[in-house]
Design a protein around this ligand. Structure first.
Ligand code: NAG
Ligand code: NAG
Length: 416
């Protein structure tokens, strides 16, 4: 009896705490919470059958770099953007800084000062277009060493400033399509983007008028982009929803979008075009019918998501406040870790996956790994008969031998 009674009181206390935390006004984070649902993961059968094609990955630059989020081959060399804010190129097994858009910083936990290059792309003249998560969209002319700000992080576009520029896709006429993963939170607080509603946008920068136009709104962490071979449509990963959108640029459907593929067995990140052969889609976090990601499971329950977001903020905000008065290295590192995606990825199944989709959005082949030699893949590049695998967390670049099926695929990293 006593046990039941005390449990009863505990339950009431818990309910009171839940309601206080959830409904007290003015509590951070200041986000919207409405119900959404995510399509269940497609079964790992047929072309999605598990295999070990990504096992036994080699690790390049092991321990020398942190977070090579996007990898691009250009002119016989590999480039990547790393924590610390630099775009670097790999020369003779070492990395050489190329350009940085952020400011000098004391360490990686000062990510917002350092800057964080995520997606980038070359044009045919060797200029690099870069999305820096904290500073905006840039064009760097390698020949002259000059960088130009195309879109500042402070530029108001249709009433809102970007908070998390993530990827670029540059068309042959110089038009820059880019994603802003959130208009509410920065990369350091990526976890909140999983709990709150999507506020990300797909945008188009016109190099002639230097203006931006919003093409899609309210996306749940829009991420990697890839243009079709004819540049008549654009694909965009919507990471938190495990799906990819197709946005029409030309033809009768221009300006409209549809779902290209839904129910992916994980979270899609940067996309890699294979020309007429389709696209490669690395999944930065895995999921399947047994391992449902907690923030997707909570999608239909906005109050629960709000509760967790506020609990997280209730831990994080006092730490940030304490840090103002007692700046401390460990405190800052703790805050950095708490809000970051890295803390969420600890919960997903240990499977590494890249999908090969055809131009109609069918999975033609999948590449899996389960030996943890490489994990958390956000980017795949094909270079010298190998897959080069990037990640927002890893301290290395993964390399696995190119599967035979892709060996004959002519792949261009730069549009001619
Ligand atoms: C954006 O605005 C903030 C606040 O005014 C300022 O501190 C920061 O330097 C600006 N950043 C850039 C890249 O212009
Ligand atoms: C990896 O997958 C293979 C085949 O699918 C299986 O035989 C092996 O036990 C798995 N290894 C681990 C570590 O789960």
């Amino acid at each position: 009896m006593d046990l039941v009674k005390s449990l009863g009181i505990r339950t009431i206390e818990a309910v009171i705490v839940f309601f206080l935390v959830t409904f007290l006004p003015g509590f951070p984070p200041n986000m919207e919470f409405t119900a959404f649902s995510v399509a269940p993961s497609m079964p790992l059968k047929g072309t999605l059958e598990l295999n070990t094609k990504l096992n036994n990955a080699e690790r390049l630059l092991d321990g020398d770099i942190k977070g090579p989020e996007h990898i691009v081959a250009y002119n016989g060399e590999l480039y990547t953007g790393i924590h610390g804010g630099e775009i670097v190129k790999i020369v003779n097994g070492k990395f050489v800084p190329v350009v940085k858009f952020g400011r000098p910083c004391a360490g990686l936990w000062e990510e917002s000062v350092c800057g964080r290059p995520l997606g980038f792309q070359f044009d045919k003249n060797g200029n690099i277009y870069v999305a820096d998560a904290y500073y905006g969209i840039f064009k760097y002319e390698m020949r002259t060493g000059t960088s130009t700000t195309l879109v500042s992080i402070n530029e108001t576009i249709d009433g809102k400033t970007p908070k998390l520029p993530n990827d670029v896709a540059v068309a042959s006429d110089g038009t820059v399509y880019w994603t802003d993963s959130s208009t509410e939170i920065t990369l350091e607080d990526g976890v909140y983007a999983c709990l709150g509603d999507g506020s990300g946008r797909l945008l188009r920068y016109d190099p002639k008028t230097h203006t931006n136009e919003v093409l899609m709104y309210n996306m749940h962490f829009p991420n990697g982009l890839a243009l079709s071979p004819k540049e008549d449509y654009l694909l965009m990963s919507e990471t938190v929803r495990s799906r990819i959108h197709k946005y029409y640029l030309k033809g009768p459907k221009a300006g409209t979008s549809e779902i290209f593929i839904d129910g992916l067995p994980g979270l899609p990140d940067n996309l890699k075009s294979l020309g007429e052969e389709g696209f490669l889609v690395p999944l930065v976090m895995a999921r399947d019918s047994e391992n449902i990601l907690i923030f997707q499971l909570m999608g239909p329950y906005p109050l629960l998501r709000k509760f967790f977001a506020r609990i997280l903020a209730a831990i994080e905000v006092p730490l940030q406040y304490a840090h103002k008065f007692f700046p401390h290295y460990y405190l800052q590192r703790a805050i950095h870790w708490l809000g970051h995606f890295e803390s969420v990825s600890a919960m997903s199944p240990k499977r590494t996956t890249i999908l090969h989709l055809d131009l109609d959005g069918n999975v033609v082949e999948s590449f899996h790994g389960n030996d943890s030699t490489v994990s958390g893949i956000s980017s795949v590049e094909i270079f010298e008969d190998a897959f080069y695998l990037g990640s927002p967390y890893n301290t290395y670049i993964g390399r696995v031998k190119l599967p035979l099926t892709l060996k004959k695929t002519p792949v261009k990293s730069v549009k001619e």
